[in-house]
Design a protein around this ligand. Structure first.
Ligand code: CU
Length: 439
């Protein structure tokens, strides 16, 4: 398959050279993306158990030029399957770098034919693509145009004074919140209000170019500068898709823009997604601070910050496993209450369920994409790693159930046998007189 594809690619490249008159020896730009899981700091004292590329969220920025040959080696340094989907390639990348088993590497080559700003994300296959992307495995690719210049660069006859690579993305507390579109945080470049605490610095009159990408995975961003109007904005970042004088650029998940803007005056300009309640308030606000003769931030890179972990986190966010109790709030049921645990978005919900002895607890798989196998499937089960009794359910497809009558008090901690990072607890308690009286 790999050989067939490389022969095919060589053929396409040769044909392209004939028609487009590209230089015979195109540049080869090489990158390595390493799939790994890592705990990251996403707010002061807040730890996020993330799925990452190269230990950062967003992952590395990949910059190439239109017409470049791009070679990306994907190394899976994790214990579960990962893969890569890269939107800058007009070819089926999953055939080469999708579904890479733990410990293995694959290499993809493609030619960057279209200039613009693109997303890449994990692609183990099937349901896993959705879950791993939510987990943090995404980043930005920029294909700089060679044939057509951006307008403001042409008018001014010089490159930008400030380049801002900005990835908007969401952080979720659970797979259920992911499926419901209820983000816990929405950030620019991996940290809540990152550029409020560390403003981007510029001078009045500076030519600023934004490379803005909304990776989602759910929400539609609307990027705006308070006190500014985007002079030129290019849909997808392609210089041919020019629009003029926009207050906002609208970007659905994986949508992007190149924006050219001149800082109109001294002052602090807020950079926001104008969806105030569900996005801006949750972390997606920044500041560009302009001062005459002040310092300049020549380049703002999109990779998430690599901060030391707090000794005592005030909060732990673990979308698939057990975070701190203020995120994964225990749900306590009384005698006679129906007891259900849902499996959705590769996590259990509620993640901590407390039931009285004698309850019948039912797990239901709400993940619909139950096709394929292994990391790629939305099939799950319940396997106790500790508890008062042994517990291992059959594998459940969508809407399948498994019921257990709990007869002994104690705490079960359990995982899914095929997605072992899914982790939850079931506490079985002896009801006191008060709880029995409420029955
Ligand atoms: Cu992955």
């Amino acid at each position: 398959m790999g050989r067939l594809l490389s022969v095919g690619l060589a053929g396409v490249l040769a044909a392209g050279s004939l028609f487009l008159g590209a230089p015979a020896a195109a540049q080869v730009k090489k990158f390595e993306l390493v799939a790994t899981r890592k705990n990251l700091v996403v707010d002061e004292g807040v730890v996020w158990r993330a799925f990452t590329w190269n230990g950062r969220v967003p992952g590395p920025l990949l910059v190439v030029e239109e017409g470049d040959e791009v070679e990306i080696t994907v190394r899976n340094a994790d214990t579960i399957t990962h893969g890569l989907s890269i939107h800058a390639a007009s070819t089926q990348t999953s055939a080469v770098v999708g579904n890479i088993p733990a410990g293995q590497s694959r290499t993809l080559r493609f030619r960057a034919d279209f200039p613009g700003v693109y997303m890449y994300h994990c692609a183990p296959g099937g349901h896993g693509i959705l879950a791993h992307t939510m987990g943090g495995m995404f980043g930005m690719v920029v294909v700089e145009p060679k044939r057509t210049k951006y307008r403001l660069e042409e008018e001014l006859g010089r490159p930008p004074d400030v380049r801002v690579y900005m990835v908007q993305h969401e952080v979720y507390g659970s797979g259920k919140d992911f499926a419901d579109g209820r983000a816990l945080y929405v950030t620019f470049n991996g940290y809540n209000f990152r550029y409020v605490t560390q403003p981007i610095q510029a001078r009045p009159g500076d030519y600023v170019r934004f490379y803005y990408l909304n990776v989602g995975p759910n929400l539609v961003g609307s990027f705006h500068a308070v006190g500014g109007i985007w002079e030129y904005a290019y849909a997808g970042g392609n210089p041919q898709n020019v629009t003029r004088g926009l207050q906002t650029t609208i970007a659905a998940p994986t949508d992007s823009w190149v924006i050219e803007w001149r800082v109109p005056a001294e002052g602090s300009f807020l950079l926001v997604t104008h969806a105030f309640g569900v996005q801006a308030m949750k972390g997606a606000v920044g500041v560009l601070s302009a001062k005459k003769d002040g310092p300049r931030t020549a380049v703002v890179r999109p990779e998430g910050p690599n901060l030391p972990l707090p000794a005592k986190p005030k909060r732990v966010v673990d979308p698939f496993g057990l975070g701190s109790s203020d995120v994964d709030v225990p749900v306590r049921l009384r005698p006679g209450d129906p007891a259900f645990v849902r499996m959705v978005g590769n996590s259990y919900w509620p993640k901590v369920l407390e039931v009285p002895v004698g309850s019948r607890v039912t797990w239901v798989n709400e993940d619909v994409f139950d096709l394929l196998e292994g990391e790629r499937t939305g099939m799950h089960n319940v396997t106790a790693v500790r508890g008062p009794t042994q517990l291992a359910s059959p594998l459940l497809k969508h809407a399948d159930r498994f019921t257990l009558e709990v007869r002994r008090p104690g705490e079960y901690e359990y995982i899914c046998a095929i997605h072992p990072y899914m982790r939850a607890k079931l506490r079985v308690y002896r009801p006191g007189a008060e709880e029995l009286a409420r029955r």
